[in-house]
Design a protein around this ligand. Structure first.
Ligand SMILES: NC(=O)c1ccc[n+]([C@@H]2O[C@H](COP(=O)([O-])OP(=O)(O)OC[C@H]3O[C@@H](n4cnc5c(N)ncnc54)[C@H](O)[C@@H]3O)[C@@H](O)[C@H]2O)c1
Length: 274
């Protein structure tokens, strides 16, 4: 755990970039746990105001207290609820300012063989991992366009969007689609100076991941996945958060439509260790 770290990257270092982190308002979904929490803390440490969105009240409050003296706002919401995207943008506008940064991080990753996959579970995964990021991106982008400012959206994808695994047909499909959505929005919104990128984490042992290891098969697959990582370890949430800060910042001012894999080399190919 790296709570006391300062971000590895310089804040708004690009020449000609007028905005400073202190002028920036970031919305982060999934902020109550794991990668979303760490991304929230990293953006806050950089100086941005953060709007913390999640359906887990206790986790949100904990993230809020970890932010310390930074400016943070808690927004308790289920991202599957109709119209929630506009409520989030309205809250940011009312309490802080027009949002400039959006990190779509909330996601679920249940496992089930495709032959047994009920349509409700398929819809639940696709609705949270793909539809909700689209709707919130649209609401935030509309707001950014209305102000004439620049913006940056970072979608949290996954290596599962490019490397197939068994028992996660819905998850893999949702993340592959999120990577493509990232590209389409990047080219459509470039004229509005809104950059859209993705970070694709490899294996990161967050509460969501460790909590999902409920069967022997889950644990076995987890160990197999670990054994396939060229850097021979899982990633830390802050390693994903630093990539988010980079893409959100002016250090990435010429980067859009990109998916940055932060996966210890997992998606690059196989390793034959052991
Ligand atoms: N941890 C990994 O190994 C890994 C790898 C690749 C991609 N990812 C992606 O990173 C993201 C975060 O994963 P994590 O490992 O930190 O998981 P996590 O379970 O620790 O955190 C996910 C957060 O999303 C929130 N959430 C879930 N459903 C929600 C809903 N309907 N409305 C509002 N909030 C909701 C949860 O309450 C939780 O706080 C996900 O999109 C996941 O697919 C994770």
């Amino acid at each position: 755990m790296m709570d006391a770290r300062t971000p590895a990257l310089p804040a708004w270092s690009g020449e000609g970039e007028q905005a400073k982190w202190e002028d920036r308002t970031a919305i982060i979904t999934g902020a109550a746990s794991g990668i979303g929490r760490e991304a929230s803390l990293a953006l806050s440490r950089a100086g941005a105001r953060v709007v913390l969105v999640d359906r887990d009240k206790g986790g949100l409050e904990e993230t809020r207290s970890l932010v310390g003296s930074g400016q943070a706002l808690v927004f308790l919401a289920d991202l599957l609820e109709a119209g929630v995207e506009n409520a989030i943008v309205d809250e940011a506008l009312e309490k802080f300012a027009s949002p400039d940064i959006l990190v779509n991080c909330a996601g679920v990753f249940p496992t089930r063989p495709a032959l047994d996959l009920p349509v409700q579970e398929w819809d639940g995964v696709l609705n949270l991992n793909l539809r909700a990021p689209f709707l919130l991106s649209q609401a935030v982008a509309r707001q950014i366009v209305s102000t004439g400012r620049s913006g940056s959206i970072v979608n949290i994808a996954s290596t599962a969007g490019v490397v197939a695994r068994p028992r996660v047909a819905h998850y893999c499909a949702s993340k592959a689609a999120l990577i493509m959505l990232t590209k389409v929005l990047a080219i459509e919104w470039a004229e509005h100076n809104i950059r859209v990128n993705a970070v694709a984490p490899g294996l990161v042992e967050t509460p969501g991941v460790t909590g999902s290891l409920t069967t022997e098969e889950d644990e076995h697959e987890h160990q197999q996945k670990l054994a396939k990582i060229p850097l021979a370890r899982s990633g830390e949430p802050w390693e994903i958060a630093d990539a988010v800060v980079f893409l959100a910042s002016s250090a990435a001012s010429y980067v859009t439509g990109h998916t940055l894999f932060v996966d210890g080399g997992y998606s690059a190919g196989h390793t034959f260790r052991g």
